[in-house]
Ligand binder design. Structure first.
Ligand code: PMP
Length: 305
């Protein structure tokens, strides 16, 4: 990732890609106390458009607030940084990585509170779980790793350190030949994927776990809105793994993963073992929204031209 042409927004300036560096004694590198986002821009008829930018920036600031971290830039400056990197890198569509981290001012568990640095990077990135996954669905394994307890690192902050749990779960699942992991909460109920929220469909109703142990996903919110527009009943409740086994359809949602059908969990085929009809329609509507083809949701887009 480091050896590329282009520019990264770093503490208020566009810095050449290869020079956007930090010291090895950077606090967040040692302890994981940082916050980040994953945002996407899609090519639309009007040019590149960032999907739900304000919602992502709001969550970045909420994550920082949860961790007691204060960001040295305003939300407006962070939003503008996204537009700057699209233009500076001549991107038509991209994935963005905004991140705030403690610099190298001090080591030891307690960071130097006023030593917060912020980046916004952007680069082209295709389907996170593969084009094939979007079409045919993926194979998922229930993880032996439990999702964070609300009083250990909490789940509402998109915090760097939380992703050690995601990496362990994802590595375990992929090493066993699956595409992704499904994590349960401390009580054994379904929480989310390593980087996705999860939905199941049974008898025409759509279910998703409540947010106690899951990230408040922006794609989750988009899909709930779409499902309601389709006239589907959306129910937030505790879900057990055997409910997933017996679902008619299941899918993951995430900015990176978009709407990815799940065709199998723990070697149990879900429904017909392929992308189901309701998932197909939700996915179609999702891509219409992000690509600016749904005028009813034009307010979710920020043009980066
Ligand atoms: N859960 C986790 C753990 C994630 O990392 C993500 C990706 N940000 C999501 C859910 C989905 O969130 P969003 O739809 O906002 O990308």
């Amino acid at each position: 990732m480091a050896d590329r042409d282009g520019f990264i927004w770093f503490d208020g300036k566009l810095v050449p890609w290869r020079e956007a560096n930090t010291h090895v004694l950077t606090h967040t590198l040692h302890y994981g106390m940082g916050v980040f986002e994953g945002v996407r821009a899609y090519e639309t008829a009007q040019g590149p458009a960032i999907f739900r930018l304000q919602d992502h920036t709001d969550r970045l600031f909420r994550s920082a607030h949860i961790l007691g971290m204060s960001l040295p830039f305003s939300k407006e400056e962070i939003n503008a940084a996204h537009l700057d990197v699209v233009k500076a890198n001549g991107l038509k569509s991209c994935y963005f990585r905004p991140m705030a981290f403690y610099g190298s001012g001090k080591l030891g568990v307690a960071p130097k509170k006023d030593d917060v640095q912020v980046i916004v990077a952007a680069w082209p990135w295709g389907a996170y779980l593969g084009e094939d996954g979007l079409e045919k669905g993926i194979r998922v394994k229930t993880s032996s790793f439990t999702r964070h307890h609300v009083n250990i690192t909490m789940c509402k902050a998109k915090a760097n350190g939380n992703y050690m749990n995601s990496i362990l779960a994802n590595n375990e699942a992929t090493a066993d030949g699956y595409d992704e992991a499904l994590l349960l909460d401390v009580e054994g109920y379904v929480a989310e994927g390593s980087g996705e929220n999860v939905f199941i469909i049974r008898k025409g109703k759509i279910y998703t776990p409540d947010l106690t142990s899951a990230l408040e996903g922006i794609t989750r919110d988009t899909v709930v809105t779409i499902a309601k527009e389709m006239g589907l009943e959306v129910i937030e409740k505790r879900i057990t793994r055997d409910e997933v086994y017996s679902a008619d359809e299941a899918f993951f949602t995430g900015t990176a993963a978009e709407v990815t059908p799940i065709r199998e969990l723990d070697r149990r085929q879900i429904g017909e073992g392929k992308r189901g009809p309701i998932t197909t329609e939700i996915q179609r509507r999702y891509f219409a929204c992000v690509k600016g083809e749904d005028q009813n949701h034009a307010d979710w887009l920020t043009l980066a031209v």
